[in-house]
Ligand binder design. Structure first.
Ligand code: ADE
Length: 274
């Protein structure tokens, strides 16, 4: 996968040199290219922002600078070796991802979708954001997604892009040591969908008087799986009631229902009817 990131702070992305993502880059699974937005500014101060039309606080990122930057990246398609995606201009084209608190939520499902793309281009806004005409312009030619990583406001899109790159990168074939790890993810499709993971333990069996639950030492795979599921349900009800409310009744057995009842957790009335 090719990943281009345009930002006024490319140094924010130093973490992409280490760990899983760093190794994926070394192996060539990920081709990450960082770009300094100011390289496309033309004045002596390398200005990238201006005051907002209509007034109000803060500054807005200028469309001309972003347009030149994105055009230049798209024009380097030739050296990506990507021939599977075709932009409306006829050549290979990236999917453009713009982090913003007003975007669609970033979920495991979107991470999986993005992991299936051969080429992503992240445009990191700062200040009050990027002039909206930039997204308008490219949505005619590229798939454009404005994406939020959560209901809080960061100082810019850089950290959001780090989050997305890590979530997408670990889904690429060969990036995780254990392929099952991504399959077991809390938000991945499957029987554990909409359940967060329960607690985990390693050696020693007793630490400062705290014992590892005996079932985990029993070697009984069925009981271990049952216990893990119970703990996942308990934790989801406690920490993420809104996720628990979304549990698909078809994925719940008698034991699950009994546990939910013990926890005084009521499924949606229409779910119970099914
Ligand atoms: N930029 C600022 N806040 C953001 C958020 N929550 N998600 C994505 N990009 C952002």
């Amino acid at each position: 996968m090719r990943l281009d990131i345009i930002s006024i702070f490319p140094e924010y992305f130093a973490p992409l040199d280490v760990s899983l993502i760093g190794k994926a880059r070394e192996r060539g699974t990920l081709d990450v290219r960082l770009h300094q937005l100011r390289d496309w500014a033309h004045d002596v101060h390398r200005t990238v922002d201006d005051t907002p039309y209509g007034g109000g606080p803060g500054m807005v990122m200028k469309p001309e600078v972003w347009g030149e930057a994105i055009d230049t990246v798209i024009d380097t398609a030739i050296d990506t070796g990507i021939d599977t995606v075709v932009g409306s201009a006829g050549g290979p084209a990236p999917r453009l991802v713009v982090p913003t608190p007003s975007g669609r939520p970033f979920t495991q499902e979107l991470a999986q979708e993005l992991a299936g793309e051969p080429w992503l281009l992240f445009a990191c806004g700062r200040y009050e954001g990027i002039d909206s005409r930039v997204m308008q312009e490219y949505s005619g030619r590229l798939r454009v997604d404005e994406v939020s990583i959560g209901d809080y406001v960061l100082a810019g899109g850089e950290v959001a892009v780090l989050v997305m790159v890590e979530a997408v990168g670990r889904l690429l074939p060969g990036v995780l040591g254990n392929a099952q790890s991504a399959v077991d993810d809390s938000f991945a499709p499957g029987s554990m969908r909409n359940l967060v993971e329960g607690p985990v333990f390693t050696k020693p069996p007793v630490w400062r008087g705290h014992e590892v639950p005996a079932v985990l030492l029993s070697g009984h795979h069925g009981n271990v799986a049952r216990w893990r599921r119970d703990e996942a349900i308990r934790r989801t009800v406690r920490n993420r009631p809104e996720l628990a409310a979304e549990l698909d009744p078809a994925t719940l057995d008698k034991h699950d229902r009994k546990l939910l009842e013990e926890l005084s957790f009521r499924l949606q009335p229409e779910d119970v009817a099914n």
